[in-house]
Structures are given as C-alpha cells and as structure tokens.
Design a protein around this ligand. Sequence first.
Ligand code: DHE
Length: 515
Amino acid sequence: MPPPPVPETVLALLLTLPLLASGAPPARDLYATHCASCHGTDRLGGTGPALLPENLGRVPRTAAQTVIRDGRKATQMPGFAGVLTDPEQASLVELIFSPLPEVPVWGEAQIRASHVIVTDPSRLGPKPDWKADPMNLFVVVESGSHHVTILDGDRFEPLHRFKSRFALHGGPKFSPDGRFVYFASRDGWISKFDLYSLQLVAEVRAGINTRNLAVSGDGRYVAVGNMLPHTMVLLDGVSLELLRVVPIADESGTSSRVSAVYDAPPRQSFILALKDLREVWEISYADDPPFHGRVHDYRDEGPPPTDRFPVRRIAVEDYLDDFFFDPEYENLIGAARDGKNGQVINLLVGRKIADVELPGLPHLASGITWPWHGTEVLATPNLEQPVVTVIDMHDWKTVKRIETLGPGFFMRSHEATPYAWVDVFSGPNRDSIHVIDKTSLEIVRTLRPEPGRTAAHVEFTRDGRYALLSIWEDDGAVLVYDAHTLEVVKRLPMDKPSGKYNVWNKISRSRGTSH
Ligand code: DHE
C-alpha cells in the first residue's frame, strides 16, 4: 500500500528545517530584503500584489515556490533561483501563507475619513485654461517616477506634468465629456483630475490593494474593484464621496478578489469578473434597474446592502482573470490565466454560449476588434505564447494565429488606419513592435525603434494619423510615429511611460483601444 500523501504544510515545514539548521536568515529578514520593496513591508501590496493567505487563494504552495524561483510571466516578478536557496524559498512560502496577526480593516469609516476635496467642483471654470484640442489630449502615465504628463496631441508638446500617487495601474478612465480623468493606484487611491484647469479635484482611498476603476457611462458613478479587502466600492462621480461598499462573496460566505470592473454603457451597469468565485457580477446603476438582487455581507458589519445598486450574479465555468466585451456589450469574452480556453458569456441570456480557442495566457484586457470580410474579428496578444489570436465574433472560431517574435502585452489600432500594432513585451525581442495588416492578417513590418530597449504600448491620435509608442525604460521616451509611413516624427523623453490614453479614442470607445 502506498504511504499516505504528506500534507503540503508539513512538506513545507520539512523543507524549511535545513534553513533553520544552517543559520540562514529567518524568513522575515529574507522578505524584508527581497520582497518588501514591491509587496510592501506589511505584505499588503505595493507595485506587486498583497501576499496574504486570503489573497493567494488559487495559488497552491508548490506553485508559489515555483513563482519565487522562476518569476511570474507578464508581471514585474523576477525569479530568485541562484539568489535564494530552496529552503529559503520554502521559508518565504511559509511566511506568505501565514495570516497576519491583524489585517487592517478598510471599510466605510476608513474610506470616508480618507476623502479630500482638493478643488471645489462648483468653482471650476467652464473652459480650458490652455489652447489645444481638448479631445486630442493624451494622458501619459510615467510609472518610472510616478508622474503623469498631459500631452497636446496635435503639437506633441506637454501641457502639464504632475506627481501622481504611487504605482498607478490600469488605464485611467475619463468622464463622458472627456473633461475629467480618474486614476487608480495599486494601494487604493482614486484621484480625480480636471484637464481644463490642470488640477486635482478630489481623492479618496477606496481599498488597500486595488485592481482598477470604471466610470459609469453617465459620469455619475465610479466603481473601484479591490483585491484587498474583497470589495467593490461605489463613489460619487463628481465628488468621489463614498456611496456604497459592496462585499464580494457568495451565499456560503466565500469571498473573492475582483479581477477587474468595467462599465457597460448600453446596459447602464458595471460588470465585474472575480478571481476566487466562478461568477460574473453585473451591478446596475440605472435609476430603474432591470433586475433586483442583494449581496451577502460576509463582513458581518452593519445592515445588508439594499438593492439601490442591485447585483445580478452569472455562474461561469471557470474563474475569469481577464476579459473584454464586444462593441455592443452583449457578450463578455473572458479567460482564466491558468485555463485552457476562453469562454463567451452572453449578458442577455446570462450564460456561456461558446468556447473560444485561447490557450496560454491571452491578454484580453488589451483585445481589440475591427470589421473584416463582412464579419467582426477580435484580436488579442498572448502573455505566454508568441502569437496574436484573431477570432471571428459571429461564430467564435479562430480565423488566424499570427506568429510573433515573442509574447505580447498590448495591442492597438484605430478606425482610420489599416494596421494593428502589437508589442513583444518579454524575451530577447522585447525591443520589437509588429505592424499587422488588418485585411491580410499578415505582419507587414517589424519595427525596432531603439535596439535593446523595451518598446511597448501604442495609442493613436484622435484622427488615427499618428501612433504614439513607449520606450518602456526609466530614461525612456514616447515616440510619435506617422501611422502611414511608419517613420518617427518626434521623440519625447519620459520616465518609463507605461501607458498613454487619448481622450477622444477613449470616450468614443474606439474599437482600436482599451476601455
Ligand atoms: Fe496590468 C491594465 C491586470 C501586471 C501595466 N492590467 C490592466 C487591466 C487589468 C490588469 C485587469 C485592465 C484594467 C483597466 O485598464 O481598467 N496587470 C494585471 C495583472 O493581473 C497583472 C498580470 C499582475 C499584477 O501585477 O497585477 C498585471 N500590468 C502589469 C504589469 O506588470 C504592468 C506591465 C506594469 C505595471 O504598471 O504594473 C502592467 N496593466 C498595465 C497597463 C494597463 C494595465 C499600462 C492599462 C493598459 C491600457 O492601455 O488600457
């Protein structure tokens, strides 16, 4: 008879024994030296995620050690093989799977106490304080030094540059008229900035470790998806005042991190994918919601939330880490990072209607769509495989897998250009950008803007004539390409410009960019 399996915790403890015997530094010292700068001294997250048992739900201990050893694809997490011995890695696994004596509470009282109005919204003037096309501004996030540059998209000259919160992540979101821009930092700060007067309007800390934010199609609400605590926070779109903390949990009390929250304007709702529950949530902000539903309050604090913002819960077959929508917001196309395939969830009928062939780690958050031979296709890069997958959105079949020089992170196009651009974000060819013909689905040019330096993330001007590309380095730059000749027309030095966002393309929901 085979011996009974050794439980994982016991196995991990056994692995750490040689460490104790060797006199190597204890796990908390190893953590302070190698992990704290990204994951926070308190393990509550920083530029990297929080490392607490409640946030590592889907990661078995053995997989956690593999991540420490080899790093994690599509993140900034490096591998520590050769730096930390096996027992040292195992002791770190033990540490991150042990609960904190006390996880800080971030509920209504804390959120309200953090709220500040920097500039009274009623005192803002009606017109911009500068001369440029307000619809053709770019908001550039410079993650190297935590700054934001506001760029005139006609002259390609900065109008303003300011210090942002630490580690902004995800796309900033705009008010429907394009005047205000909202940022989320990984440590939970939401900032509202007025592009006309170039000043902050309000700030609030909505969570300890935040995933992203969405602004409602009518501009009245801001939704914030959190990783810690397991909540979605609804804010007033004008003042950022707290309206509601929505706990994310099923009836059994199993709570979940939010994978992402997006606005679905035609449905007047926010759509959330969850990391630890096989469910998609739709939260209506319509004055007359088409459905009713309350949520279970696992936090056991205060009365259960009313259904002013009712929740519709859709069961799905797999966790969804990454997703996006068809242009009509009828279908959600999502995938788990560790899944075999993607799935299409129809939001009208509230169930899965198709599987899509998306192996590896498709990066659907940067998927784009365009009309193609009488149908509509979606194209997505892959964080793991050197491929762009093109899928027919009528029958959900793969039209083509375009081989690239390496895994890509961001893909972009514009209605007025025949090309789609995709980066090669990792590996030896991370200095390359492919230009794909949207009709033939062939790579027609591979650009190497600055050999040896990462080239990533493209965004087009309002009219699609120019494509702005990042040299993703601390002493990096934004390169302005003529989108027709594919020649550089201007170079603007910037500190690791991680993303750039054009006001018009975002508020008009151009099919070539993320929303
Ligand atoms: Fe992102 C967007 C998730 C790591 C830079 N990233 C997003 C979005 C999600 C997401 C769900 C869409 C939200 C939105 O725009 O509202 N990102 C994740 C991860 O799960 C992952 C892999 C692990 C993690 O650390 O959280 C991850 N992301 C990174 C990075 O390591 C990147 C390259 C550097 C960084 O700043 O942390 C990075 N992510 C970005 C950027 C966007 C983004 C620049 C916005 C893209 C856009 O153009 O809209």
